[in-house]
Design a protein around this ligand. Sequence first.
Ligand SMILES: Nc1ncnc2c1ncn2[C@@H]1O[C@H](COP(=O)(O)OP(=O)(O)OP(=O)(O)O)[C@@H](O)[C@H]1O
Ligand SMILES: [Mg+2]
Length: 246
Amino acid sequence: MLLSAEKVAKHFGSFRAVAGADVAVAAGEIVGLIGPNGAGKSTFFNCIAGDVAPTSGRILFDGVDVTGAPAETRARLGIGRTFQVPTTFEDMTILDNVMVGAFLRHPRRGEARDRALEVIEMTGLKEQAGQRARSLGTPGRKRLEIARVLAARPRLMLLDEALAGLTPSEVRRAIELVRAIHAQGITLVIVEHIMEVILTLAERVLVFNQGHVIASGTPRQVVDDPAVIEAYLGRGHGRPRRARTP
Ligand SMILES: Nc1ncnc2c1ncn2[C@@H]1O[C@H](COP(=O)(O)OP(=O)(O)OP(=O)(O)O)[C@@H](O)[C@H]1O
Ligand SMILES: [Mg+2]
């Protein structure tokens, strides 16, 4: 397994945001991670990437125990993650933003620049490379967030609603980008509320509810699972959303 999360829990006081989740991801997989708002998906990603320390449990990445390792160590080992709310440096250019990611792997400026340009090309940001990040709209921001992570050459990418807020045609282009990333040998875990994205991309889907994995299977199996339907409807909000059809 490339990633093994064993009984990972994250408590905030007495509240269990992640309540003992077991998740294993093999190299080369595209796994979808879905669940209603507040299910603990982003908190789980935070635990995997080292942005928060889990309360308990164990995280192995390619056999290495990274449970207590800082985020930078995990990034060096190959864990990359996008943030649900992008962490863009607004006054820096798109190129400089992506170079921040590239420096992790390429300490020399010239090499970092070359890597950043490569990734900018791949993510379709070439035209805007010299512009400040603040000039970007939602699709550009989503691409920049992906580019920054990709520049660090991850082996595993955790995408946290990286396609949210896009129009249906932008979603389709972004799906192609995710496929291209996967074709480079990068393993993916995708948190996404847009069911079209999950149904199109994921080979296997895990469903989170109240910090637990409540179902897993093929995309079709999980969307038809009564426990999954109940989890979404029972909360009265945050149902899986299909992308609007044009
Ligand atoms: N730092 C924090 N302190 C206290 N509670 C938190 C903190 N971070 C998250 N939570 C709570 O933990 C729960 C899980 O949040 P999380 O952001 O992981 O959910 P999610 O599944 O990503 O939801 P969404 O689909 O809306 O992004 C929520 O109830 C949230 O309010
Ligand atoms: Mg979230």
